[in-house]
Design a protein around this ligand. Structure first.
Ligand SMILES: [Zn+2]
Length: 193
């Protein structure tokens, strides 16, 4: 056992990812019986902010079942008020010790933002406004997967700056934030520095 809150949960999920990569998933909590045992309460041990992309399915790539992950999904992990508050709910009310920010390869939002920058074409504006600051700071990216990694870091900074709940939980070591990137070729979830 490690003492930092969230470290054991991260190790468990990364082991689950290894199971997924090896083609040997072990997840058990996938049946009606599990759901019924949790009918009146939930106790997830991690919150995952994931892209809505159909190829990025947190429960599958982390080898999990019902009741384990509180998943917030939005295209490009673009944080707006509802997304921020959903994560805050997991931290404040469900006391999750771990928040995973999960970017991924071949993200349509990064591709679209790379094409459109710096225009705001009147569509998808709230999403673009969550992604453009990364290009503002670092310039245009040759590789959209690198762009996605930088954006995941930006999302952590944004949450720490704009959410007193998340900031306080990190400062008091009640919450670990793990910035991650999902590789479509290997299936690996890489933990970013
Ligand atoms: Zn995406």
């Amino acid at each position: 056992m490690t003492c930092k809150r969230g470290a054991d949960e991260l190790a468990k999920l990364l082991q689950g990812n290894k199971n997924f990569m090896a083609g040997t998933p072990t997840a058990k909590n996938m049946c009606l019986q599990t759901l019924q045992s949790l009918a009146l309460y939930q106790e997830p041990y991690a919150c995952v902010l994931s892209c809505s992309d159909s190829r990025v399915v947190p429960e599958i790539i982390f080898d999990c079942g019902i009741g384990e992950l509180f998943v917030v999904r939005v295209a490009g992990i673009a944080v707006g008020p509802n997304v921020k508050e959903s994560i805050e709910y997991a931290v404040k009310k469900l006391h999750v010790p771990l928040l995973i920010l999960l970017g991924h390869d071949d993200c349509g939002v990064m591709k679209y933002a790379s094409e459109q920058y710096p225009a705001l074409p009147g569509q998808f504006e709230s999403i673009l406004k969550c992604v453009y600051p990364v290009i503002d700071g670092a310039g245009k990216f040759d590789c959209n997967n690198q762009f996605a990694r930088k954006h995941t870091q930006w999302v952590e900074d944004f949450l720490l700056k704009n959410s007193s709940i998340i900031r306080a939980a990190v400062e008091t070591e009640q919450l670990t934030i793990a910035k991650c990137h999902f590789n479509h070729h290997t299936g690996e979830v890489e933990v970013l520095k």
